[in-house]
Design a protein around this ligand. Structure first.
Ligand SMILES: Cc1cc2nc3c(=O)[nH]c(=O)nc-3n(C[C@H](O)[C@H](O)[C@H](O)COP(=O)(O)OP(=O)(O)OC[C@H]3O[C@@H](n4cnc5c(N)ncnc54)[C@H](O)[C@@H]3O)c2cc1C
Length: 472
């Protein structure tokens, strides 16, 4: 790969017009702002790069990548930088290509209900644009005020309503991408049905910037839920959470979300956001359920459900939100967790998934492992349990250094991943592999699969300039 000193700065600056390509010492940005474009929410690696580009359309992205291809410069696509896998970190003098100036609506089809946007659109703005047109884009989670739709696609993001709507993958109709040679490819356009050979757009969904840059996306939209009810319950033990989920299949009211968290997580959110206790007595676990309500009959069904789960002693307390303000507070308990623990503490994150029926025995063994390996460490356990997805966060004790902490976690991870393998789970449910989990990819993918992935990368990125060193 080229070093920055051999690069012709003025040639690169004039490539896509003025005010779009910057170097580290340019007066336009202070050092911290400049470097923030080559990082994400992880705290393990520090960014170190010299070139930052802000293209405004697909053709400009293609020009930059072609230049990088011809000059042997590695490129890191940078979205909203909310990732938890280190995928957007540029620490080896890569060129950082930020999509943040590519945030326009390009097209809208009111007949089918789809919208075409540039990949740098902030996810919350996509929600807004969809709703202004009478539709709904259902992928949602706590960082959608900053994440980009391109970043969501590149990580195949999940979120809080996967149990009903699925992951981002389910909502992508078509993509425009720039491969590692600078070639522009359009996959699928806007049709729903297209059985004409391999569905190449799928390869880019979840590719974490390693195959090319996603520049435009056509997304399927749906209709907004008529109304919803949020139910928060206190649960005595983990097995009851699973039984509770089983019970939801019998309610006959559409379940939009099924999330859980522990008393420890609730404590952190209360301290960080100043929200009140949900119930008079603390409980080891809490479950938040959201249902779509069509009419009063559905409300009746939910009251019946609450009675059933109380009678079966699956819950020790429960409350159905009476209004949207109370629903919002209930959601804050769950959605505030990541920020509360990531901003105030250093954490080692694990984002794992398992078949639901294997979750209980896994957790029993996992608890023993955590007690042995992290004696006295605090653990924040929460997640999208209805999807079989647990976020297991080890919180750094104050008296050890970051370096020592992450080294220790890295040495414990393989034991956890072996356990996951035993219970047919995945080492990354939705955050991706990036830099942080790449040494462990073999716990979820076979050698043959990894080889095949490398071959696919070579076909789109023959010089390995696209986000090299990420995923594998
Ligand atoms: C508070 C909080 C809560 C979160 N909750 C969830 C959750 O519930 N579910 C979930 O799935 N994630 C969650 N995340 C993680 C994160 O928000 C998602 O992974 C998100 O999809 C990342 O989008 P981004 O635009 O920030 O991507 P970035 O962090 O900028 O990049 C992520 C990866 O995608 C690549 N990339 C970015 N844009 C492009 C592009 N246009 N073309 C090609 N590659 C690209 C980058 O190179 C990198 O490898 C959460 C994060 C936070 C901080």
């Amino acid at each position: 790969m080229s070093t920055t000193s051999t690069i012709n700065k003025s040639e690169l600056k004039s490539l896509i017009g003025p005010g779009k390509v910057f170097f580290r010492n340019d007066p336009d940005f202070d050092e911290a702002t400049f470097l923030s474009f080559g990082t994400d929410r992880t705290k393990v690696h520090s960014p170190d790069f010299e070139i930052l580009a802000f293209p405004t359309n697909t053709e400009e992205v293609a020009k930059i990548v072609k230049y990088a291809f011809e000059n042997g410069i590695a490129v890191v696509p940078s979205g909203g930088r909310t990732g938890y896998a280190g995928g957007a970190i540029a620490k080896n003098q890569e060129l950082v290509l930020s999509l943040s100036k590519m945030d326009k609506v390009l097209d809208f089809d009111p007949f089918f209900g789809s919208i075409k946007v540039q990949a740098g659109m902030i996810t919350k703005n996509l929600h807004k644009e969809s709703e202004e047109r009478g539709f709904y884009f259902p992928v949602d989670f706590a960082s959608t005020g900053s994440s980009h739709i391109g970043g969501n696609i590149a990580t195949n993001a999940g979120g809080v309503r996967v149990v009903h709507y699925g992951l981002v993958r389910q909502w992508v109709l078509g993509l425009t991408v720039v491969t590692g040679t600078g070639q522009i490819l359009e996959f699928n356009g806007e049709v729903l049905k297209n059985n004409t050979g391999y569905d190449l757009k799928q390869l880019f969904i979840g590719s974490e910037g390693t195959l090319g840059v996603i520049t435009e996306a056509t997304l399927k939209l749906t209709t907004k839920p008529l109304d919803n009810r949020v139910l928060l319950v206190a649960v005595p033990d983990f097995v009851s959470i699973l039984s509770l989920f089983k019970e939801t299949h019998q309610v006959k009211v559409p379940l939009l979300a099924f999330e859980f968290f522990t008393e420890y997580c609730l404590g952190k959110v209360k301290a960080h956001l100043g929200v009140p206790d949900p119930f008079s007595a603390p409980s080891p676990y809490y479950v938040l359920m959201e249902f779509e309500i069509a009419d009063e009959n559905d409300d009746e069904k939910l009251f019946g459900f609450l009675e059933t789960i109380t009678e079966k002693e699956l819950i020790s307390d429960g409350s159905l939100a009476q209004n949207s303000k109370q629903s919002e507070t209930f959601w804050k308990y769950r959605e505030g967790i990541s920020e509360s623990i990531s901003i105030d503490y250093t954490v080692h994150k694990n984002d794992i998934s398992l078949p639901l029926r294997n979750m209980e025995p896994f957790l029993v063994e996992m608890e023993a492992l955590l007690k042995d390996e992290y004696p006295g460490f605090e653990i924040a356990l929460f997640g999208h349990v209805g999807d079989g997805n647990l976020h297991l966060n080890i919180v750094k004790p104050k008296d050890i250094s970051n370096e020592e902490f992450f080294k220790r976690c890295k040495s414990v991870d393989p034991d956890m991943f072996r356990l996951l393998q035993k219970y047919h789970g995945s080492i990354s449910a939705e955050h991706g592999i990036g830099l942080l989990k790449k040494d462990f990819l073999h716990f979820s993918r076979t050698e043959a699969e990894i080889l095949l992935m490398k071959e696919i990368k070579k076909s789109m990125d023959p010089k390995n300039i696209m986000n090299p060193g990420k995923v594998f």
